[in-house]
Design a protein. Structure first.
Length: 125
């Protein structure tokens, strides 16, 4: 089975799941974006995307439907080797990783890390 790992610098944390939802708030629009990623032998597969609104590069995808205040769709993208989670201490929020409904900020996995240090989500054995 392929699982998900979160890496920051040389530190790697196994998330104990093969699927997770990434959540973040757009720094300008202040709307939430969510993406569900699954680890596969081919790489990370984007299963679902959702956004609260549109504007500033946050337009809903083709065939999006409105569900509980979010535009939801299934993107058609090839598997990715990893996701770089660019972090900034200036936005006031961090990426959140949600597994089975429990969400944690990326920084909470790496206590003492700088808020502007990028992290990576990637498959791990």
């Amino acid at each position: 089975m392929t699982g998900l790992c979160l890496a920051l610098g040389a530190a790697i944390v196994a998330l104990g799941a093969d699927m997770a939802e990434l959540r973040w708030t757009h720094s300008v629009q202040k709307t939430e974006w969510r993406e569900t990623w699954r680890a596969t032998p081919e790489g990370l597969r984007l299963e679902r995307a959702a956004v609260q609104g549109s504007g500033a590069g946050m337009e809903p995808g083709e065939n999006a439907v409105l569900e509980n205040g979010f535009w939801v769709w299934r993107p058609q993208r090839p598997p990715q080797p990893e996701m770089i989670l660019t972090r900034s201490g200036f936005t006031g929020s961090d990426w959140h990783i949600c597994i089975d409904g429990a969400c944690r900020a990326v920084g909470s996995y790496f206590p003492g890390s700088a808020p502007d240090q990028d992290a990576k989500l990637k498959p791990c054995p």
